[in-house]
Design a protein around this ligand. Sequence first.
Ligand SMILES: Nc1ncnc2c1ncn2[C@@H]1O[C@H](COP(=O)(O)OP(=O)(O)OP(=O)(O)O)[C@@H](O)[C@H]1O
Ligand SMILES: [Mg+2]
Length: 400
Amino acid sequence: MQNTVRQTSTNSLRSLITADAEELGRQLRAHQQRTFPPSARKSIRLFTPAEAADFIGIHQGYLRQIIAEGYGPAPLPNGRRMYSVEDLDQLRRVLDDGAKGGAGKYVRHRRATEKLQVISVMNFKGGSGKTTTSAHLAQYLALRGYRVLAIDLDPQASLSALFGHQPELDVGENETFYGAIRYDEHRRDITEIVRATYTPGLHIVPGNLELMEFEHETPKALVNRQAHDSMFFARVGLSLADIESAYDVVVIDCPPQLGFLTLSALCAATAVLITVHPQMLDVMSMSQFLQMTGDLLEVVENAGGSMEYDWLRYLVTRYEPNDGPQAQMTGFMRSIFGNRVLENAMVKSTAVSDAGLTKQTLYEVERNQFTRGTYERALESLTAVNAEIEQLIKQTWGRK
Ligand SMILES: Nc1ncnc2c1ncn2[C@@H]1O[C@H](COP(=O)(O)OP(=O)(O)OP(=O)(O)O)[C@@H](O)[C@H]1O
Ligand SMILES: [Mg+2]
């Protein structure tokens, strides 16, 4: 009798959850179709001359001079000039042209002696700003003229959604990174999975729930491993080797767990960025994360994984400078980690969270949606963070 009751309640729980999941999925898809119809093209906003000059890396005066020579966009009806990402691209090429003497200074692709940078953005604390950081870093680097690949390794696929690839609608079977690292005969070449985005120079490998399969399949693969199979921790790196020459920087957005996906991303990384919100609970959670990661990496190392990093940095996210405890917590981290905490923190801003609500980044939303100060402060903080990371990349390459 008891058994029957338990059976019934299990069954009804399952059917209730399944029915709820189906209905919720249907309604969400309908909502997304209305809010983000497939025809809705996302795009990077236009940039002012000052911003364009900064992205290209020249003075505004020099930009004006090149424009006077007939390059760049035509003026708008109001007489002002605004620059698209395509304009930035074109101007870089003009500057690098023999006559202007740039010769590789503005199109910033890496040279043969400079190795691919793989930056894994991680922390197992949910909501620490991993996805926001990854998305803005990837776009910033592309806007600066690097060839960037963003990889969404999180089954929740927020990065893909932010870049306009809805995980349930636009990403099919075997179209995530799982397709390139799976253990069975359906494994595909990563070149078949990479997608272009609306930002020239920025490609993406989207994610969706399918990535969870890697967490399920890896323990089985470890048990049934054949001599010629590569270990789980080598698989991300091995598949990246196939597209190495096409990119300068890879940015991996990790899931908020310390599972096989995150460990694999760690092993493929040449650099690690740990995002942390400076509050007691978050920092305590990060302490556990570091401890567990250390233990796991020892296991991986003993199994032959190589763990060479160019740099590891902590990035303080959603920072409120006027909040005493947050400032204290940040100071506490700086006293322990020293200059491994990035000098610049990403401030908390409604410009970032509001943009996120409409699945946009700060480089996409129109600045006039916000009060001027709000947007400018957020962008200033973001630029400082990204420029500091770019500096680390350039140092690794031995560039000035
Ligand atoms: N600088 C910021 N200012 C305001 N809101 C922010 C900022 N950075 C992130 N957020 C908001 O905080 C929330 C969590 O950020 P995000 O998704 O980047 O974290 P995450 O670490 O990737 O989360 P998860 O662990 O779920 O993957 C989002 O709603 C995002 O819009
Ligand atoms: Mg995320």
